[in-house]
Structures are given as structure tokens and as C-alpha cells.
Design a protein around this ligand. Structure first.
Ligand SMILES: [Cu+2]
Length: 232
């Protein structure tokens, strides 16, 4: 449950929850719509109709667009994600496209019960916020991920943030920062299993990865502090 709550704290997700409660979200949706209109969308007809319904704040019309184009939606949404990840995209445009892909995938899930497209969008969005994956070399039998000491420019990060290891390997998270961190992996989009206590400064915490998979994890305290372990 805590993992789910924290998952819901994820950025796009939070915007969606707010989007659902229109009364609370005028400012945010305005920001999103503004960034969409400047995002140079090569909007397909379906996306255009969906955005029109969104502009009218009509959840009913949005659902209708999805219903009328049900079979095309997975490809439509994947194309949007591809656009979002295209080279040269600004962060703002990327966020805008992921925002729409996320909304469409949710509406598609509500219509069909199929959650896989939404998971796909979430995984891609998460990956887009990380640097490229690095194959980790164990030191003294374990892989080390550090919470480095905060500097004026960089704080609340996992380092390295995106590693590849082998099944059976152990990762040790070491807190060299001056504050505590708590994190967990998100079973809704990847493999669950990591759930840490509060790791205080100077302390460390280990996890042995028996199960192959993609472990997307987030700090509960610091929004935007994210990492990933891919277990082969
Ligand atoms: Cu943290």
C-alpha cells in the first residue's frame, strides 16, 4: 500500500490524479496544455480529438475517443512515447508528450481493463529520467550504490543511478549524505521486493537480487530521487 501511495506520488501520476479532480488542477492543466500547444505535436487525428476533449474538461468525451479507437490506441500511445523520446526534444516537450500518453493510457485502461500500455508508458517515462544503464562491477563481492554527500548543485541522488547486475548479486546502498533516505521498488511497473527502512547517514543497506527483472525504485522522502537496477 505504501508503495502504491508513493507510486501515486510520481510526478505524472500526481498530475493525473489532479487532472481527475478538475477543481484542484486548473493551474497545472493550464501549464500542461500550454506546453502541449508549444510542443510541436505532430498530432494524429485521435490524439487531436483526445486533446480537444481534454481542453473541454470532458472525461466523457475523452472516454468516447478511446472507445471509438480502441484497437488503435496501443499503437497511438506508443507512437506518442516514441515522439517524446526522440532526440532533440526539450524536457518541457517531452514532459508534455508523456503527460498525454499517460492520460490516454489511463483512459484506455479504464475502457479495456488492459493495464499493460500504461505500464509501458510509466516504464519509458521513468527510464527517460535516468542516465544510460551501466554494467556494474562488484567491489568486494557487492555492487555499491552511494547516496553522495549533497553539494549546493547536486543533492538527493543515487550514484550510480542505473545499473545492470546478474541474478544472485547483492547491491549495497551506502549513505554518505547528511540525511536519511528510504526507498522501495515499484511492483506496479517493474519488479517489487526492495523496501528499505530509513537508512541514516553513515549506514548502509543491502539487498540480494534473486529474481531477474527491472527494479525501478524511488525515495519516499525526496521527490524525483529515483534509481533502477536491472537484474539479468
Ligand atoms: Cu532520499
Amino acid at each position: 500500500m505504501v508503495v502504491w501511495l508513493s507510486f501515486r506520488n510520481n510526478h505524472a501520476d500526481r498530475r493525473f490524479v489532479m487532472f481527475k479532480r478538475f477543481g484542484f488542477c486548473v493551474a497545472l492543466s493550464l501549464v500542461a496544455v500550454l506546453s502541449l500547444s508549444s510542443a510541436g505535436f505532430s498530432e494524429s487525428e485521435i490524439t487531436k480529438q483526445f486533446l480537444e476533449a481534454y481542453d473541454q474538461k470532458s472525461a466523457v468525451k475523452m472516454a468516447e475517443v478511446i472507445k471509438a479507437n480502441k484497437d488503435k490506441m496501443p499503437d497511438e500511445i506508443k507512437a506518442l512515447v516514441e515522439e517524446a523520446l526522440a532526440p532533440g526534444m526539450t524536457q518541457e516537450d517531452r514532459d508534455g508528450k508523456f503527460f498525454v500518453a499517460d492520460m490516454m493510457a489511463r483512459a484506455y485502461k479504464d475502457e479495456t481493463g488492459d493495464v499493460e500500455v500504461l505500464k509501458f508508458v510509466k516504464r519509458k517515462e521513468f527510464d527517460s529520467k535516468l542516465g544510460p544503464p551501466v554494467r556494474s562491477t562488484p567491489q568486494g563481492g557487492v555492487h555499491i550504490v552511494e547516496f553522495p554527500r549533497a553539494t549546493p548543485d547536486v543533492k538527493n541522488i543515487f550514484k550510480p543511478e542505473n545499473i545492470i547486475i546478474k541474478a544472485g548479486d547483492t547491491v549495497r546502498w551506502m549513505n554518505n549524505d547528511e540525511q536519511g533516505h528510504i526507498f522501495a521498488s515499484m511492483p506496479l511497473i517493474g519488479t517489487g521486493g526492495i523496501f528499505t527502512p530509513r537508512i541514516e547517514p553513515g549506514k548502509s543497506w543491502e539487498y540480494k537480487f534473486e529474481k531477474p527483472g527491472e527494479y525501478f525504485y524511488i525515495c519516499f522522502i525526496h521527490h524525483g530521487m529515483i534509481g533502477k537496477v536491472t537484474v539479468e
